[in-house]
Design a protein around this ligand. Structure first.
Ligand code: GLV
Ligand code: MN
Ligand code: MN
Length: 410
């Protein structure tokens, strides 16, 4: 059992300095994938990776890796990390805790002069959030072979910029082929983004499984007309149909399974004027559950409701599923390693599910994978007010350090 500890003050200083990049007035960060602020964050990370002596490589999709050799250069590495892109006006913790926590773990090994048997690889995945370029978890998805590189390059943002153009513009289309390496295991430290750890009153969560989810892009096309003279029976109102679907999503989540959640998070109404009947609405649906069959049924039911709503209102309708990730259990061995690491570090832990998607979803397909959660105050995330107590971040990072040590030692 290791008696070594991380340096909480050094970590805190680095965390605060990093989060000045793209900082918002309300205490969050605005660093969406491949933005200028995301570039600045990447630059800072690469600088710090090099400063601590890591061998840095950047792959074709912009994933950033830093490697510390072990005594056995032929051994498969222990990989750990997360992401540094953010939501638009998102929080300071989502992803950053896992990447800077990984860097702190490397420094802890260095300070204590610990040579591991296996190489250690820390990683910042490209475009985890999927908010500017959909789908999310794009960098880890290409790495794990879920998406083609060319498909990823062709994704566009709202202004028609492609992923490839923007990756090149910020100088992060690297040379390393983006393909899965042989990895001994992948570990990810992340904030919970939900209420359960706080409710349980513990600092550490061993993540058992992760929800499956589906993202739908829907367009309703009706007819714009004057809001005054047009009688109700002569309208083809794209927004009226959208509100029917919103009600149906609530109905489906209430009836199809206890942990099913559904969200219409983005709605664009055209022409968006007070006295014009909405001609076109583009909106998204996000459906998630720990049970793949529940996600399947929910998607079928919501698709049906979309068609019925379009029929009732006389609309053209297009509904595309742009993302489907299966619910999955994390590796039992990794879960046990994390639980043992929590005990070694002297922290109480509980086991829980992840409702959020993570790069670990895709890594789980190519290597034994596990996740460590730390509490989110009030369960808030994807908002500037996202907050986690520093003591809890320290706890999670101590657990990550010990889990990596266990996995990377002979
Ligand atoms: C990723 O942030 C997700 O949507 O779960
Ligand atoms: Mn995240
Ligand atoms: Mn997120």
């Amino acid at each position: 059992m290791s008696t070594t500890s991380i340096d909480r003050d050094r970590f805190r200083e680095r965390f605060d300095e990093f989060n000045q990049i793209g900082a918002t007035d309300a205490g969050g960060v605005n660093r969406p994938a491949l933005s200028n602020a995301n570039k600045a964050a990447r630059d800072k990370l690469v600088e710090w990776f090099r400063t601590v002596g890591l061998d840095v490589r950047i792959d074709e999709i912009g994933n950033i890796f830093g490697r510390r050799e072990g005594s056995n250069p032929d051994a498969e590495p222990v990989m750990f990390g997360s992401h540094v892109d953010s939501q638009y006006n998102g929080g300071r913790y989502d992803g950053v805790v896992g990447v800077l926590g990984a860097l702190e773990v490397i420094e802890t090994f260095d300070d204590a002069d610990i040579e591991t048997d296996r190489p250690l690889e820390i990683v910042a995945w490209s475009n985890e959030e999927g908010v500017r370029f959909q789908p999310d978890m794009l960098g880890s998805g290409v790495y794990a072979g879920v998406f083609d590189l060319e498909y990823a390059y062709g994704r566009t943002d709202d202004n028609g910029n492609t992923f490839r153009e923007e990756l090149e513009r910020i100088g992060y289309r690297g040379e390393t082929p983006c393909e899965a390496d042989d990895v001994h295991c992948y570990l990810e430290l992340h904030v919970e983004q939900g209420p359960y750890l706080e409710e349980a009153g513990v600092s550490v969560g061993v993540v058992e499984d992760v929800f499956g989810f589906s993202w739908l892009n829907v367009t309703f096309e009706g007819q714009a007309n004057h809001a005054g003279p047009t009688p109700m029976h002569m309208r083809r109102d794209a927004f009226a149909a959208t509100t029917d679907v919103a009600a149906a999503v609530r109905e489906v989540t209430a009836t199809e399974g206890a942990d099913l959640v559904g969200t219409i998070g983005s709605v664009e109404v055209h022409p968006n004027a007070i006295n014009v009947i909405p001609e076109r609405v583009e909106f998204t649906v996000d459906l998630r559950s720990s049970d793949n069959a529940v996600v399947d049924t929910a998607v079928d039911r919501v698709r049906e409701e979309i068609e019925w709503a379009a029929d009732r209102e006389g609309l053209e309708c297009d509904c595309e599923e742009i993302m489907r990730v299966d619910a999955d259990q994390f590796d039992e061995g990794c879960r046990d390693t994390i639980a043992e690491a929590a005990v070694d570090a002297g922290y109480e832990y509980t086991r829980l599910s992840s409702g959020a998607g993570h790069d670990a979803n895709y890594l789980n397909e190519i290597a034994p994978t596990g996740m460590i959660f730390v509490p989110s105050v009030d369960g808030i995330s994807h908002r500037e007010s996202e907050y986690t107590e520093w003591d809890d971040i320290v706890a999670g990072t101590e657990v990550l350090f010990r889990a990596v040590e266990k996995r990377a030692s002979r």
